[in-house]
Write a protein that binds this ligand. Sequence first.
Ligand code: FE
Length: 147
Amino acid sequence: MDEPILSEDEWKKRLAPERFRVLREKGTEMPFSGELLSTEKEGVYSCAGCGNIIFSSEAKYDSGSGWPSFFDIIGEDRVEKHRDGSYGKDGMEITCARCRGHLGHLFDDATSPTGLRYCINSLSLEFHNKSDTNDNAIVSEPLTPTP
Ligand code: FE
């Protein structure tokens, strides 16, 4: 994966402050506060930084954790996983493979159909309704600095 083209100043211009704090500064939203926590609509979830489509509503489940939770991702190439000691031995930080934005963490979860829980901040995601659009119609934000 190439280095991100955008500077952090550029991200600051593009993102709402609360999204910047999570995506670029690895913040975590308050549990049970996220807008997408209880969304059960059919569709896909993209990175709120760059539009990279990462999760399907088909893999969303109620983990009880307080953050939107998924048991699978659309493609292994969509994210990068990083060891993160601060979340115990099983927790790995998950970042967007395209813009390197912080998404959340990956944990083992015995209650998940795959044994995995992608525990993701609502602020890191954008939901796209299946009825409004299809995968091909979602336009990724170009990662080039604004003139
Ligand atoms: Fe991204």
